[in-house]
Design a protein around this ligand. Structure first.
Ligand code: CP
Length: 310
């Protein structure tokens, strides 16, 4: 059987199709634990995980913490607002000080793209990327793949439309990397100001001139949040105009395949990128994505620790 050889998980770009299949397969096995009365196994007993979040998070931070605890690891959470980063401590100094406490894994979210590679060079524990700037969000990409696989039983041959602020979306980048490796075709749509030049060079990726073209006959419609915190200046006229051209609603969703699934990584701007009725509608898999986030993160923690079961 193939072995997971990566000490760190920083980007889906760094993983092979076999690596991704292994992470998804372990998530499928591990998720049964989440439905038990006693949701705990000893797999990572004695391991210490530090969740170091320099940016806000609800889903990712909580599910990494739950994932660690369900595998019996000791988990510690640090957010910048309550850390010495507010006193000017550098990332490097913070990491070296945390390392002195002998963690096995640091899970980090940071606003600077590539900061995890910098950190991985300086420490001897595993680094997992919980989102770095506009670069990648590998755990989100993996949970999205798992959710699509749950619905369709496969990933190859799917038409996946990703709509919104592609330029600033680490979720889009991880999904493009993961989906194209697994044999899906990706169709992108968004305002020209939010479409990175050359993105079609990433593989089986088509940049569409309209949202209609992207979602026509799609198996999956993935909507993205407008990342106003990463946009140096306003890149759209106003929310109403954006919603008119790039918002998902029950009318334009009819362009996709009848059984198409609707996804969004959250948090959602209801009424901007999606109507509330679409967020809460029958085709929405958004809360299933969140549920799968725990299993995928259990799998990631398990594999960077060497995949040993006690
Ligand atoms: N999808 C996602 O990363 O959500 P959070 O920012 O709440 O972690």
């Amino acid at each position: 059987m193939a072995e997971f050889k990566h000490k760190h998980i920083i980007a889906l770009r760094d993983l092979s199709k076999d690596d991704i299949e292994m992470l998804l397969s372990s998530a499928e096995s591990l998720r049964e634990i989440n439905s038990r009365d006693i949701k705990k196994v000893p797999t990572l007993r004695g391991k210490t995980i530090i969740n170091l979040f320099y940016e806000a998070s609800t889903r990712t931070r909580t599910s990494f913490e739950i994932a660690g605890k369900r595998l019996s690891a000791d988990t510690v959470n640090i957010t910048t607002s309550s850390s010495s980063a507010t006193k000017g401590e550098t990332l490097s100094d913070t990491a070296l000080n945390l390392l002195a406490m002998k963690p096995d894994i640091i899970v980090m979210r940071h606003s600077v793209s590539g900061s995890h590679y910098y950190l991985a060079d300086k420490v001897n524990c595993s680094i997992i990327n919980a989102g770095d700037g506009a670069h990648e969000h590998p755990s989100q990409g993996l949970l999205d793949l798992l959710t699509m696989k749950d619905k369709f039983g496969r990933l190859d041959g799917l038409k996946v439309a990703i709509v919104g602020d592609i330029t600033h979306s680490r979720v889009a980048r991880s999904n493009i990397q993961g989906l194209t490796k697994m044999g899906s075709s990706v169709f992108l749509a968004g305002p020209p100001t939010m479409m990175p030049p050359g993105v079609e060079r990433l593989g089986n990726v088509t940049v569409c001139s309209s949202m209609k073209e992207a979602i026509q006959d799609a198996d999956v419609v993935m909507m993205l949040r407008i990342q106003q915190e990463r946009q140096g200046k306003t890149l759209m006229p106003n929310a109403r105009e954006y919603s008119r051209y790039f918002g998902l609603n029950p009318e334009n969703l009819k362009l996709a395949k009848p059984n198409a699934m609707v996804m969004h990584p959250g948090p959602i701007n209801r009424g901007v990128e999606m109507s509330s009725s679409t967020v809460d509608g029958d085709q929405s898999w958004i809360l299933k994505q969140v549920e799968n986030g725990v299993a995928v993160r259990m799998s990631m923690l398990y594999h960077v620790c060497g995949g040993e079961i006690e």
